[in-house]
Design a protein around this ligand. Sequence first.
Ligand code: PEP
Ligand code: MG
Length: 573
Amino acid sequence: MTFAGNGIGITRGVAIGEAHILQRGLLDISPRTIDSKNIPGEIKRFRLAIKGARERLQGIREKIPSTTRSDIIAFIDTHLLMMNDAALVEVPIQLIQQHAYAAEWALQLQRDSLVQVFDTMDDPYLRTRRDDVEHVVNQIQMSLLDIDGDTEADLNGKVILAQDLTPADTIVMRHQGIAAFITEFGGPMSHTAILARSLGIPAVVGVHNITRLLRQGECVVVDGEQGVVLADADQSTLAHYQSRINVAQGRATQLRSLIGKAATTREGVRVHLMANIELPEDIEATRELQADAVGLYRTEFLYMNRQGMPDEEEHYQTYRRVVEGLDGIPITIRTLDLGADKQVDGCTATSCNPALGLRAIRLCLKEPKMFQPQLRAILRAAVHGPVRIMIPMLSNLQEVRKLKALISETEADLRHEGIPFASEIPVGGMIEVPAAALSADAFTRELDFLSIGTNDLIQYTLAIDRVDDEVNYLYDPLHPAILRLIQMVITAGERAGIPVSMCGEMAGDPRYIPLLIGMGLREFSMQPGSLLIAKERLFELDAAKLTRQTRKLMKRLGESDFEQLLDKICTRH
Ligand code: PEP
Ligand code: MG
């Protein structure tokens, strides 16, 4: 059947393949009671179903290749933990005992009340936890109803159509060679969407009724960039999409040919391209792409998807693995940036406005017991390779001084305990708060380097919550106020002779690189996937010309010809 539909495109890339409709999804569970004498048997059936679901998931986890990123494995571990959680195990058993409900119905009632709680939450990340409940309940119910998954089907090259997919499904199917997937439910922040992006699977979510509208085996086009789904397309449409696939493949090969070439502008000005990493596994990409350094190692991941805090040894072993894995590539480890949008269990936000509350360095200085294990571990890991420490969200010099005093104390403790550590590690700060940008000169006198965190700098300067979709349209890296602050920081670094880098998303966006080069920025840190595109852009640029154009622009910030001058330097959209 000819079909054209729209959903939310969550991963770049196009795929063409045969539709494979998953024969499951939201199961039809209706109210049912049992004879009260069968209650013990029903409880036993329920426990066995959980055991079965757990074993199936454990089996999937064991088959995941060891090279898989640990955040991906963590999705499955979270589901395994949930299968032991009293809310999903004990509460349904109580309902079976008290009301003689059939196990499926008892579980469904508990699912409904949990989902209701998640639905009232404002936080978009926590709302995605609703998906976890749905996925785990779904797996237990499949086990209760004795419905098998499609684990044995030949999915190679197929486009999967489903009401929803669990992270575990996504991983398994990726290894079965699927070309793409389309779901009826899910949003861009769901775990499955995050996974699809990180695994590079073209995907479109939120295409209502797709599993009913298409037939098994039909030829489907999935455009993960535009969120478009086409079935039974004519030859010329198919040829158009096929040529997009060919172009993308050719482009990837072309970009890979830049690996190993030093990043310079056209006239040979050397620029340092560094990687932002989050997971120990990202080191592989950093090495493979031959990044000049790791400009930002976000350590918060160590605290996510778990109960309790990591201890010093866990910090140390993780950092040591990363430092050794980088094999001499220098790394900048950012100290904990918890709070605001990066919440973890056991560390509760007390402020009614967490983005302006106790986050990042503020939290670390307030809670030295939580912070010190990390600091000790970083100093110890620095014995194994070149390490720098970076402080997030600085707003005044007292914070720098307190942190440095804490480092000295930590060094003294380690020395006293006879534990090897590296001393005189360079200490830098992130410029993410307008107050810090405005006083960048003062920070250069007390720090060894600066790094501009534009994600937060834009949030705080323009007063827009970076996770609030409603105000996302105001998020403008080219706002004159932002450009003025960035220029102030770069100039302060030049005057003091200390390096300044940028590690916010702006640094990895090829549209802004010419302007930043014109401003004098020579160190860019970005997600590994952007490194080669940035390098390619740099090769085309004339730094001397951009410097002249940008100087002129900076004198005309906000004036009538500002946008015209800006257009000469960079693409705005
Ligand atoms: C930033 O704010 O630009 C930054 C790099 O830090 P994060 O995105 O982790 O807050
Ligand atoms: Mg930040």
